[in-house]
Design a protein around this ligand. Structure first.
Ligand SMILES: *Cc1c(COP(=O)(O)O)cnc(C)c1O
Length: 367
């Protein structure tokens, strides 16, 4: 028998979450002008698998990612719609693939403009010029934007490019600071320039749907996790697309003062039973999750104890005294335990846990 750990990934949940985000966007727009949605599937679709994401997001208007090989996998999985490379190309050879597979590329750096200037593409491609509106990650500064745009328009006239759009990325859409300063920079830099716009990640799509422009770019919400620290995925109407499940493979009875796991960092205060779960950091469970991190055993919420090992972790069986080896365990994404709650307990965000699901964990795909 294989180790009892597995991830359950739900196609209906992926599709449902896309609908939820789309409804939010469209409710803020004039009737008959629906938003187009790039479903962001970078990092192996946030751990869910490219092919499964292609199946789940069949009704998206486009798919967006960073990795050329993931883009090619989408085409091979039958996706015929637009595909956006969020970081564009990294070297000249990438342009061959871009032309051959009809990919849309972000252009965020002068080197990419130079490469496009020499490109001999199989067919004209669409681009989104990226503005650094204040996040200071990727993109042209407002001062350089018009010049970069003029070069793209020249390449459009020369037949290298088809559509030239505009994109930017908000750094504080999930906080009280909001997006107004960056939005103002974007509006000023793109004023009077033709072409579609793309502004909003999940947080901005959900909180500021009215500014989404022509194409929204939600990621995390599509997987059923929240982009916000102060609003749960459940409250947003999102359904977890990934559940990490396992079983108890052992139990121990402790006396007061007995220590649990490496470093003996948890010590029993009184007599207690603990369970040992087949799940460790080599499965993608965060090693830095502390004692107290929520875990569900046999349908009952309890807590992690001591340090997470490579292949195992220990849980308190005090609230589930009947639990024996073989009892089912939910690490996240089911039975009311969200990945965001586990992430918060571990001092990180749901994104990191989903992306870190290890290749060794078998996936059960619910079609
Ligand atoms: C990752 C990413 C997104 C999606 O962000 P979420 O917070 O997961 O919704 C959108 N746009 C760009 C450029 C990204 O890198």
């Amino acid at each position: 028998m294989p180790r009892p750990i597995f991830a359950r990934i739900s196609r209906p949940a992926l599709s449902h979450n896309l609908d939820v985000v789309r409804r939010r966007l469209d409710a803020a727009r004039p009737a008959g002008k629906p938003a187009r949605v790039w479903a962001v599937i970078k990092a192996n679709a946030y751990g869910h698998g490219i092919e499964r994401a292609v199946a789940g997001f069949g009704k998206a208007d486009g798919l967006a990612m960073l990795d050329l090989s993931e883009a090619v996998r989408c085409r091979e999985a039958g996706w015929q719609g637009p595909i956006l490379l969020l970081e564009g190309i990294f070297e000249a050879a990438d342009l061959d693939v871009v032309g051959r597979y009809g990919l849309t590329i972000s252009v965020h750096h002068p080197d990419q403009l130079a490469l496009l200037g020499h490109a001999r593409l199989a067919r004209p491609v669409d681009v989104f010029l990226k503005l650094n509106s204040g996040m200071n990650r990727l993109g042209f500064t407002p001062d350089a934007y018009a010049g970069a745009h003029a070069r793209l328009v020249a390449l459009q006239a020369a037949g290298t490019l088809r559509e030239v759009g505009h994109m930017t990325h908000f750094s504080t859409a999930d906080t009280g600071e909001g997006i107004s300063a960056q939005l103002e920079v974007f509006r000023r830099a793109t004023a009077g320039l033709p072409g579609p716009s793309s502004l909003c990640n999940s947080a901005a799509s959900l909180r500021y749907p009215e500014v989404a422009g022509d194409w929204a770019r939600p990621g995390i919400a599509l997987y059923g996790a929240s982009p916000f620290a102060d609003e749960s995925a459940e409250a947003l109407g999102l359904a977890p697309a990934m559940a990490l499940k396992s079983r108890l493979i052992g139990t121990q009875t402790l006396r007061p003062g007995d220590a649990v796991g490496y470093g003996g960092v948890y010590r029993a205060e009184g007599p207690m039973r603990i369970g040992v779960v087949a799940c460790g950091y080599a499965d993608g469970y965060p090693r830095h999750a502390p004692t107290g991190t929520p875990v569900v055993v046999a349908g009952v919420r309890t807590r992690l104890l001591g340090r997470v090992s490579m292949d195992m972790l220990a849980v308190d069986l005090t609230p589930v005294p009947q639990a024996q080896a073989g009892a089912p365990v939910t690490l996240w994404g089911d039975e009311g335990l969200s990945v965001d709650e586990v992430a918060t307990a571990a001092g990180t965000i749901g994104y990191e846990l989903l992306c870190a699901l290890a290749p060794r964990v078998p996936v059960h795909f619910e079609e």
